[in-house]
Design a binder for this molecule. Structure first.
Ligand code: SDX
Length: 391
């Protein structure tokens, strides 16, 4: 007996987190938001309609959705002082660092209206986060490319406003591409929630201490930035780019992965839960060909990704370990075709995941059973011993 485990102290085994928001069957490759299959939502819903579904539990009526959209449009402006905040950051700052820092900074403007136990504060700050995170994200993009920030255009839909904030310039009109608009809407829906993934669990854990909504979301953004989580979509493009630039064959790269040389992984493959094809990856792959063709873009990295998938899916190493493409494997090729810099890919994941974070934070915050999070530990350290000369 090397020491007491928490179980020895009679701690009740912390049951799994209970949630009514999203259902995943990893073996079957099933994903449902509030009971609706992701395939149906991705093809028929909108980002805001699905956000309402995740947050409130039912699809909104037309008037509810219209009011939700209007309230969000009315909160897209950031406090002017935040622009000085952005100017203090180096232009080399990773957009995910800018996103989490600016989100935490956002909470300083609303401290007197961020009581988690005040439903009006929670409602208004939910709207503020949905309205302002895309603007902060676009500012991070503009800062990284040295261009002037644009102000939100409240005459546009959520996705079209986001596209204009990222790609519009002060010196000319920006024409929204319906292809990009539809493709981005679908990609955002595919990312909106995914049950107790690392970043959502972080949002719930931080929120369980009584921390405000903005601080909890900022923590989730930081968790998402890791290359094993949301940062994988950026890492996939870097992986494909290295293969293209080095001329290394796909087969040789796969051998290095199987030999675990230098800890190299096949980024965009594998999942904690899915031991089958990630249903989102299937939908993203389907639209990759369509979007690139409609945008008139051909990208050898897409062909490389498909060749890599083909080889991996037929290789025993990956089959035995039940490793399949996940949501991050093909998304980057589409984001790149749209014109987003690689370092913005995980920011796009964060915009997508925001409604899920908000829904889970609110579910945790209103559940009377919620206690402060305290992950269980099994102690494996030294047994009791005395300080030299004592005892
Ligand atoms: C996301 O949780 C979520 O829901 C996350 C997410 C969401 O929507 O929120 O779905 C988004 O984060 C998707 C995952 C993005 N990350 C990547 O693509 C990074 C590459 N993938 C891996 O690092 C890995 O697959 C993880 C981190 C995703 C899962 O890690 P696990 O659970 O430790 O993997 P595993 O237990 O299934 O691994 C089993 C074996 C191990 O080898 P052995 O020790 O048995 O020899 O498979 C190997 C692993 O080394 N393995 C890989 C691999 N993933 C697992 N080998 C090579 N390449 C990989 N990608």
């Amino acid at each position: 007996q090397t020491g007491h485990t928490s179980l020895d102290y009679g701690f009740v085994n912390t049951a799994a987190t209970k949630s009514a928001i999203t259902y995943i069957d990893g073996d079957q490759g099933i994903l449902r938001y509030r009971g609706y299959p992701i395939e149906q939502l991705a093809k028929n819903s909108t980002y805001l309609e699905t956000a309402w579904l995740l947050i409130y539990g039912e699809l909104p009526s037309a008037s509810e959705l219209a009011d939700f959209d209007t309230r969000i449009r009315r909160h897209t402006l950031l406090h002017e002082d935040l622009k000085r905040f952005f100017s203090a950051l180096p232009h080399t700052a990773h957009p995910m660092s800018v996103l989490s820092a600016a989100t935490a900074a956002l909470s300083t403007y609303y401290e007197s209206h961020s009581d988690p136990h005040n439903p009006e504060h929670v409602e208004l700050n939910t709207i503020r986060m949905l309205a302002k995170l895309p603007v902060i994200a676009a500012y991070a993009h503009k800062k990284s490319v040295g261009q002037a920030f644009l102000y939100p255009d409240n005459s546009l839909s959520f996705v079209d406003n986001f596209l204009k904030l990222n790609f519009g310039v002060l010196s000319e009109e920006y024409e929204i591409s319906p292809v990009m608009s539809r493709a981005l809407e679908r990609l955002l829906i595919l990312h909106e929630d995914h049950e107790q993934n690392a970043s959502t669990s972080t949002v719930r854990l931080v929120g369980s201490t009584g921390a405000n909504l903005f601080s909890s979301i900022s923590a989730g953004i930081n968790a998402l930035s890791g290359p094993l989580h949301g940062g994988a979509n950026e890492a996939v493009l870097e992986m494909l780019g290295r293969m293209r630039d080095s001329g290394e064959s796909v087969q040789r790269f796969v051998e290095r992965v199987k030999n675990k040389e230098d800890g190299v992984k096949l980024m965009g493959f594998g999942h904690r839960v899915y031991k089958n094809y990630d249903p989102r990856a299937k939908l993203v792959k389907e639209s990759a060909d369509e979007v690139l063709a409609e945008l008139g873009v051909s990208d050898p990295l897409l062909d490389l990704a498909k060749e890599l998938e083909e080889i991996a899916l037929n290789d025993d190493y990956f089959k035995e370990r039940r490793l399949y493409p996940n949501v991050d494997f093909y998304t980057g090729v589409i984001y790149k075709a749209m014109g987003f810099p690689t370092r913005m890919f995980t920011v796009l994941f964060a915009i997508g995941r925001l409604p899920g974070w908000l829904a889970h934070w609110r579910e945790m915050n209103t559940d009377p059973q919620t206690k402060i999070g305290r992950p269980q530990q099994l102690y494996t350290g030294a047994p009791e011993r005395n300080y030299p000369g004592v005892g």
